[in-house]
Design a protein around this ligand. Structure first.
Ligand SMILES: [Zn+2]
Length: 242
C-alpha cells in the first residue's frame, strides 16, 4: 500500500510537470487528481497556489472526498473538491480525473455547438466517447456542479463543458494523461483544419467506430507514454519524484 501510494504520487507529479511543459496550465489554476491505490474514498491532488512545473511527489495532498486533508502541509483549492470529488464518487471508471483549460480543447468548447468531429485519425480515438455539456452554470463552487459533470461523464472518457473546458478521466494516471494529450492534439488539428474555411471530411460508420475500438485496444501504449515522460524528467528535472 505504502509503495503503491508513493508510485501514484510520482506518476501524478510527472503528469503535472509534463502538462506544464505542454502549456496546459492557466496561472496556478486547475487540478489533476487520482484515487489512492486500493481506496475509493481517498484521492491525491495538486496543492493550491503551485505551478505544476514546481510540484514534487511529496507536495501532493492526500484527502478524502469530503475535503478533509490526511497528508500534506498545503491546502487544496475549493473547486478541486466541488468538481473532482463528486466525479470520483459517482463515476466508477474515473480513478484519475484531469481538468485543464488547455487552449485548443477549450477553444473548441467555446464554439457554438462544436464537437470533436470524426475527420482525423487521432480524433477518431474519441469517437462516441465524449459527453457534451451545453448548460454553463458559472464557476464550480458547489457539489451540484461536480454531480452534474459526473452525470455527463457516465459512459464517456471525456466531457466538453461548453464555455469552460474539458475534463478527462481514466482508469489510471497513465491512461487519463495519454487521453488528455491526444485530445488536445485532435482539437488542435480540427481548429487548424477549420481555420482554412473549408469543410471537414468526415469518416463514416462503421469505420469511425471500428477505428475508435482499434485505438482503445492498445492500453499498454499509455503506460509507455508515461514511462517515456518519466525517463526525460528523471534526466532533466529529477526533483519531481522527491
Ligand atoms: Zn475549469
Amino acid at each position: 500500500m505504502l509503495n503503491d501510494i508513493r508510485q501514484a504520487r510520482i506518476d501524478l507529479a510527472a503528469a503535472l510537470r509534463w502538462a506544464a511543459r505542454l502549456g496546459y496550465q492557466t496561472g496556478v489554476c486547475n487540478h489533476f487528481s487520482v484515487l489512492a491505490p486500493g481506496r475509493d474514498d481517498l484521492f491525491l491532488v495538486n496543492p493550491e497556489g503551485y505551478f505544476w512545473r514546481e510540484v514534487r511527489a511529496s507536495d501532493l495532498i492526500l484527502c478524502d472526498l469530503d475535503g478533509k486533508i490526511l497528508e500534506g502541509s498545503g491546502t487544496v483549492e475549493q473547486t478541486a473538491f466541488f468538481l473532482h470529488a463528486p466525479i470520483h464518487r459517482r463515476v466508477k471508471a474515473a480513478r484519475a480525473v484531469l481538468h485543464t483549460h488547455m487552449p485548443n480543447a477549450t477553444a473548441l468548447c467555446s464554439l457554438k455547438g462544436q464537437k470533436l468531429e470524426p475527420s482525423e485519425q487521432t480524433a477518431l480515438s474519441f469517437h462516441g466517447r465524449i459527453g457534451y455539456d451545453e448548460d454553463y452554470r458559472g464557476l464550480a463552487l458547489s457539489n451540484e456542479e461536480g454531480d452534474r459533470v459526473a452525470r455527463i461523464l457516465e459512459g464517456h472518457e471525456a466531457a466538453f463543458l461548453r464555455n469552460h473546458g474539458p475534463v478527462v478521466v481514466g482508469a489510471s494516471i497513465a491512461e487519463a494523461f495519454d487521453r488528455l494529450y491526444y485530445l488536445e492534439e485532435a482539437c488542435r488539428i480540427q481548429l487548424l483544419a477549420l481555420s482554412t474555411g473549408r469543410p471537414l471530411q468526415h469518416v463514416g460508420e462503421p469505420i469511425a467506430s471500428r477505428t475508435a475500438r482499434e485505438w482503445n485496444a492498445l492500453p499498454e501504449f499509455c503506460e509507455k507514454h508515461l514511462a517515456a515522460i518519466k525517463r526525460v524528467l528523471d534526466r532533466e528535472e529529477p526533483d519531481y519524484s522527491a
